[in-house]
Design a protein around this ligand. Sequence first.
Ligand SMILES: *Cc1c(COP(=O)(O)O)cnc(C)c1O
Length: 220
Amino acid sequence: MNDTIAENLLRIKDRIANAAIAAGRSPGDIGLVAVSKTKPIEAVAAALAAGQTVFGENRVQEAGSKFPALRKQYDLSLHIIGGLQTNKARDAVRIADVIESLDRPKLADAIEAAIAREGRTPQLLVEVNTGSEPQKSGIGRAEADDFIVACKARFGPALIGLMCVPPHDEDPRPHFTWLADRAARHGLTTVSMGMSADFEIAIACGATLVRVGSAIFGSR
Ligand SMILES: *Cc1c(COP(=O)(O)O)cnc(C)c1O
């Protein structure tokens, strides 16, 4: 397993670099979030041993059962990338370096309160439901501008960017382009988009963070 994960990481980094160069961008401007959801702590440790330091989990409870132990041994950065319930906000603020799924005023309230109580401030991304899919988290496109402005006012420099997960069965390009354009308009420098199936397209459209799970850790 360890060899496979290390090899997969090398291959993905190579593909990221090639996609960046093809887009006239610098490979160093694109970060890789290794999405380890549902995978055991040993898989994360294998990726850490191979030099990967940034990880994504979509459930706070699962992240909390893996990462605090690993932090004692490794310098790492944990991103929460899944829809977040307000009653999990405090745990998320306690364990995460970045919360990528800030998507509604009630959650902003809960995160603000948690930051005050915990005395630590993760970086934040606003997630936009660019395809208006009812089952998905993310603020709607129509409400996004107002929400981003409100979050900037509230969280200041902790708000660093935007995130999206386009619909499964659509060309992701219009979604990626929209998100990158929105980030630029708001002066936000982090654009988190692209997964195993489409991260090269996301890089062509301006992603600065790609979130890759199955292509590193195997299918779930
Ligand atoms: C699971 C997940 C990913 C990674 O998906 P893969 O297709 O396995 O690369 C990326 N982003 C989010 C929000 C996810 O939930």
